[in-house]
Design a protein around this ligand. Structure first.
Ligand SMILES: NC(=O)c1ccc[n+]([C@@H]2O[C@H](COP(=O)([O-])OP(=O)(O)OC[C@H]3O[C@@H](n4cnc5c(N)ncnc54)[C@H](O)[C@@H]3O)[C@@H](O)[C@H]2O)c1
Ligand SMILES: [Zn+2]
Length: 332
């Protein structure tokens, strides 16, 4: 940290009480000036009102050469990064992700923004933090639901990356669920490393970055059809991965052995592979309709990332509706 700068620490109230207050105290003891800015926790507050309130809170306290530090989950990171990127036309920011999802996904890749009544993440920018700092020890205070919510992206990345990452997960479930710092660090590092490798090739999401969407065409449709209320993103991604495995096997792309290994990994991590496990029932036709509206789709073609093997994703845009309905029947 640069002593001549003032640091504006943005957190939701939960994370502020747990960590940010202590960090600010430490900084002040070292002679670094730091202020706390907070907002109430929850996805519902990732909106333009909170954005404006934070802009007002920091105005007059931070100048163009100062820096914002986002400490918290994905909501805080997306919101605080967007505030930093627009305050006085943009000041520096640092991400300190504290939820598993923020550590492995949202703090890296440069997508920032808020939800509006038109849609989720509808307003935002691409911009990167100066530093992303991850301390797996803070996972100890994270609830089981929020820990589990990050698992979807980790297993997705293992499927994209291949045998080595799948084996690491197969062999370390106990230590990972016990939140042992060393194994958490290794798994988080592998997930982030993979994301960086892909984002560096296609920062603005026009081509290869779409493979990070594995399982997400289905997951987004499910989240919209359930009003983002009943199902966590991790659960939705898990079901989306089951759908992709099913469709890939059905099309003759993925071998029965690899398909079984993938399904077993989801089971091992207590992730759902059938919607009925969550006591939810939805008609496949409605699902298909929703998948067609996905923002990644050009024209009316459905773009889906499939697997030719673990570690071998392929982007497909010529899957028929019948093939999709057949795969949906195995997951819904
Ligand atoms: N920018 C991107 O590329 C990207 C990618 C994926 C998801 N996202 C966004 O991320 C958001 C979801 O992130 P999230 O699941 O982290 O939500 P979140 O920020 O709401 O955090 C979940 C909950 O955990 C609490 N929390 C966080 N860290 C904690 C800790 N160490 N101990 C105790 N409690 C803690 C928070 O207070 C909150 O209540 C969504 O808005 C989503 O759109 C963005
Ligand atoms: Zn996701």
């Amino acid at each position: 940290l640069i002593p001549s700068r003032t640091y504006g620490i943005i957190s939701d109230l939960t994370v502020s009480k747990l960590y940010s207050q202590k960090i600010i105290q430490n900084l002040q003891e070292k002679g670094i000036s730091a202020f706390s800015f907070t907002f109430p926790p929850g996805e519902i507050n990732k909106n333009l009102e909170t954005f404006s309130s934070l802009q007002e809170q920091i105005s007059g306290k931070l100048s163009r050469s100062d820096c914002i530090i986002a400490i918290g989950g994905g909501v805080t990171g997306d919101l605080a990064g967007f505030v930093a990127s627009t305050y006085m036309r943009g000041i520096s920011f640092i991400q300190i992700p504290t939820s598993l999802l923020a550590m492995v996904d949202s703090s890296v890749g440069g997508k920032l923004g808020v939800n509006t009544h038109i849609g989720k993440n509808f307003v935002g920018v691409f911009n990167h933090p100066e530093i992303v700092l991850i301390d797996p020890n803070v996972l100890k205070t994270l609830s089981w639901e929020d820990f589990h919510a990050g698992m979807g992206e980790i297993i997705k990345t293992a499927f994209l990356s291949g045998d080595g990452f799948c084996t690491l997960l197969e062999q370390n479930k106990r230590a990972f669920f016990a939140k042992k710092a060393e194994i958490c660090a290794e798994i988080i590092h592998k997930t982030v490393e993979y994301k960086i490798k892909i984002v560096e090739q296609d920062e603005y999401d026009h081509a290869i970055r779409q493979i990070l969407n594995l399982g997400h065409t289905f997951a987004h449709a499910l989240e919209i059809l359930t009003d983002y209320k009943t199902i966590s993103h991790g659960m939705a991604v898990s079901l989306g991965l089951s759908f992709v495995i099913q469709l890939s096997e059905q099309l003759g792309l993925l071998s029965a052995d690899s398909s079984l290994r993938a399904k077993n990994l989801l089971n091992l991590y207590e992730m759902p592979n059938h919607l009925s496990q969550l006591q939810i029932h939805l008609p496949p036709e409605k699902f298909l309709q929703q998948m067609k509206y996905d923002k990644k789709n050009r024209s009316s073609k459905i773009i889906i990332v499939l697997l030719e093997d673990l570690g071998k994703p392929v982007i497909h845009d010529n899957i028929t509706e019948e093939q999709i309905l057949e795969a949906l029947a195995h997951v819904l």
